[in-house]
Design a binder for this molecule. Sequence first.
Ligand code: PLP
Length: 430
Amino acid sequence: MDFCETAEKAYQSMGIDPALWIMGEEILLDLKERFAQIDETCEINQLKVLSAMQKNRISAEHFNGSTGYGYNDAGRDDLERVYADVFHTEDALVRAQITCGTHALSLALSANLRPGDEMVSISGKPYDTLEEVIGIRPSRGSLAEYGVSYRQVELTEDGSFDFDAIRKALGPKTRLAAIQRSKGYLTRPSLSVGEIAEAIRFVKELRPDVIVMVDNCYGEFVDRCEPSDFGADMTVGSLIKNPGGGLAPMGGYIAGTKECVSNCAVRLTSPGLGREVGASLGINRSLYQGLFLAPVVTAGALKGAIFAANLFERFGYRCIPDGKQKRQDIIQAIEFGSAERLIAFCEGIQAAAPVDSYVAPEPWAMPGYDSQVIMAAGAFIQGSSIELSADGPLHEPYAAYFQGGLTFAHAKFGILKAAQRLYEKGLIVF
Ligand SMILES: *Cc1c(COP(=O)(O)O)cnc(C)c1O
């Protein structure tokens, strides 16, 4: 690549056809106003995080890690206070020992449900990996094995909460209502914080004793408020998605009431030990710095998703959300209708990565999922889906779920590269 070249030439030397690049520039011109709104949300969230760090007097010593039992780990403990302040909750548990989003959700559920209790998912089918956690698909160690029963209330045809059905589903055994903000591997719309707020209010009015848990994966910092601002008892997510800002090497969080979070702490470690143990080793700095960057990284990912929708709509594919819709998370689903096109898209995303760009992704039977999945990810952190990544289960409608990008420039390039790949395989024309 030459130095000091034009953008068009730079893209061309990275394999992007000038006609495709021009198409991308036209689309971006039309998106100026929307991107400005995203920047404003980003600024508000940046100040929110900054204010929480200042309030908790974060200093260089917080970046020291602990080993062994991990007693008196001020960095870890104050990070949890920072999270609680960002999410406006009484308390938070933010730990490396929470291995992923599924684990965080599993922990939140198993810590707060007892034999004989019932949980109700009021936003329809939960994320694939939770099926085994709950026991919807029989599984060793599931909540069902421990005598926790499960009910599901479908969303209405247009993807909103079915309040009548929720009222009927809340029975004497109901202890917890679960809401999933993001669509996950479904093509329903994701739920807005406003809609979630209304559902929380509805459940709490009928049954103040029922715990409301929100799966917040992919939703953090997309909006100016979080579900925890509207009375969710637990707001749960993964640190290798939005709130880790791409720097967190692992971990999950649960922000919520003192009662619920304390239950999670003793369940994560052990009764009697709770949050007092759990060495942070050397990751405190990355968790702080990642959270600090998270509003900006999330904004970039959001812009990438919007750009992808607008580009692939031009090629005639159904995009969810569509190019114009308001965003509730950073996920962009694109329905390709065939395995060949889905695979080509993922190959393009992989070829755009800073890491492992030379390998070709292949479908595989991933643990926790019930059909083959193809994943494209050339990430610095394994499985990190705040980094540019795409995945999709190999069944109808052959939808690619595209997300992330640590910078918008990279997301933009990845999307163009994916379109280029489809073009080179004769699957689209421009
Ligand atoms: C990613 C995700 C999960 C699970 O998180 P993992 O870190 O992959 O285990 C759960 N729910 C939703 C909505 C997600 O997007």
